[in-house]
Design a protein around this ligand. Structure first.
Ligand code: FES
Length: 328
C-alpha cells in the first residue's frame, strides 16, 4: 500500500471507505468498524442528564437546549505529576485518578465541583494558551468564599495577580488570570452578592426637558442620572441604565431599537423587557412627574423593580389645558 501511515496501535492503516480519520501527535488514526458503529448510534429519547433532569428551558428564547453542560476539557501538560499537584492543591480540583480514559498518553483526570472533568494529558511540547492575552484561556467559576481562599493561596504562591478584563467587569464581578505550570492562562472568576444590588446615581431629580420634545419612539440617555427616557405610544418610561443581570451599564442601539449590555450580551427592548442573554427581569424604573411647564422630572433616588411590562407603567403627560389650569 502506497503512503502507508501507522494507526495508533502501530499497525498500518487500511483503506476505510468512510474517509473518517483523526491526526494526533503526527499519527493518523482511523477508527475501526466497531468504533464507527458506536459513533453512529444515538441513545433512546430521554431528558435525563447523568441521572439528573436536564430541563433548563427558561421561556426566554434560550437556544441552550443543545448543550446541557460542559463534559470535559483536555489540557496538554509537560509533566502530569507536577500539573496534577498544581490543579489539585492550588486550583482545588478533585483528583479522580490517573489514566482512567481511553487516552493512550499518561494523563490524570480531575473534576470540578460542578462535575465537569479536566483531563491533563502529557505532551512533550504543550502550547501555552497565549499567556497575557484574552483570546485563549480556560475559565473556572468559584463561589465568593472559594475565590477569596484561592486569592490568598495565589499570594502565598507568590503570584502577581492580574485582571486582564478589569475595564469590562460588571459591578460585583471578580476575576484574576494566573498561569499554570506550563503557562496556560487560567482565569478564575466569581460573582459577589453586590452584583444584585440596586444601584443609584446621585443625580437626584433630573429635568429632562419638555415632554413635547419627545416623539413616540424617541430614546434619550441621561448620563448623569444613568437612565434612559423612552417615549412609547402609551407614555414615558424612565429606565435605569444598569442591567438587571449584574449591573453592567447598557448601551442603546438605535438601529435595533434595543439596549445591549456588553458584559454578558443581555438585550432589552424599548419597554425594558429582556429579549436575549442571561438577564431575566425587565429594566428598573424611576418615577416620572411633570413640571407646570410640562417638563419631565425623573426621581433617580427611587428605583422600582418589576416582573413584566404593563402599559400602566408608562406615564402620560398631563393634557395642556390641565397644566394651564393648575398654573392659575
Ligand atoms: S451584567 Fe451580565 S448581561 Fe448585563
Amino acid at each position: 500500500m502506497a503512503d502507508e501511515e501507522p494507526t495508533k496501535d502501530g499497525k498500518q492503516t487500511e483503506e476505510v471507505p468512510t474517509g473518517i480519520s483523526a491526526t494526533y501527535g503526527g499519527t493518523t488514526w482511523v477508527p475501526d468498524a466497531f468504533q464507527l458503529e458506536m459513533g453512529y448510534k444515538v441513545p433512546e429519547p430521554s431528558d435525563l442528564l447523568h441521572g439528573r433532569q436536564a430541563d433548563r428551558s427558561d421561556g426566554a428564547g434560550s437556544r441552550q437546549e443543545w448543550i446541557e453542560a460542559l463534559s470535559h476539557i483536555v489540557i496538554g501538560v509537560r509533566d502530569v505529576e507536577r500539573s496534577e499537584e498544581w490543579y489539585t492543591n492550588f486550583l482545588q480540583l478533585d483528583l479522580l485518578g490517573r489514566d482512567l480514559t481511553a487516552e493512550e498518553r499518561p494523563h490524570t483526570v480531575l473534576r470540578t465541583n460542578g462535575g465537569e472533568l479536566v483531563i491533563l494529558v502529557e505532551d512533550e511540547n504543550p502550547v501555552p494558551l497565549r499567556p497575557g492575552t484574552m483570546g485563549m484561556h480556560h475559565s473556572f467559576a468559584l463561589t465568593p468564599n472559594q475565590y477569596r481562599r484561592m486569592v490568598q493561596r495565589a499570594r502565598d504562591y507568590g503570584y502577581q495577580l492580574v485582571n486582564l478584563r478589569a475595564v469590562r467587569m460588571a459591578h460585583g464581578e471578580y476575576e484574576v488570570t494566573i498561569p499554570d505550570p506550563d503557562g496556560h492562562s487560567i482565569e478564575v472568576t466569581t460573582t459577589g452578592p453586590e452584583a444584585a444590588e440596586i444601584l443609584r446615581s446621585d443625580a437626584g431629580v433630573v429635568d429632562c426637558g419638555p415632554a413635547s420634545a419627545y416623539k413616540v419612539g424617541a430614546v434619550k440617555l441621561f448620563v448623569e442620572g444613568n437612565f434612559f427616557i423612552v417615549r412609547l405610544k402609551e407614555g414615558f418610561l424612565a429606565m435605569s441604565q444598569w442591567c438587571t443581570h449584574r449591573n453592567g451599564l447598557l448601551a442603546y442601539q438605535k438601529a435595533h431599537w434595543q439596549f445591549l449590555c456588553p458584559f454578558h450580551q443581555a438585550t432589552y427592548n424599548c419597554r425594558g423587557e429582556t429579549t436575549g442573554g442571561p438577564a431575566t427581569l425587565p429594566l428598573r424604573l424611576h418615577p416620572i412627574s411633570f413640571s407646570l411647564e410640562g417638563h419631565i422630572l425623573v426621581d433617580t433616588d427611587e428605583v422600582n423593580s418589576r416582573e413584566h411590562f404593563e402599559p400602566a407603567q408608562a406615564v402620560q403627560p398631563p393634557r395642556r389645558e390641565a397644566v394651564a389650569a393648575s398654573a392659575h
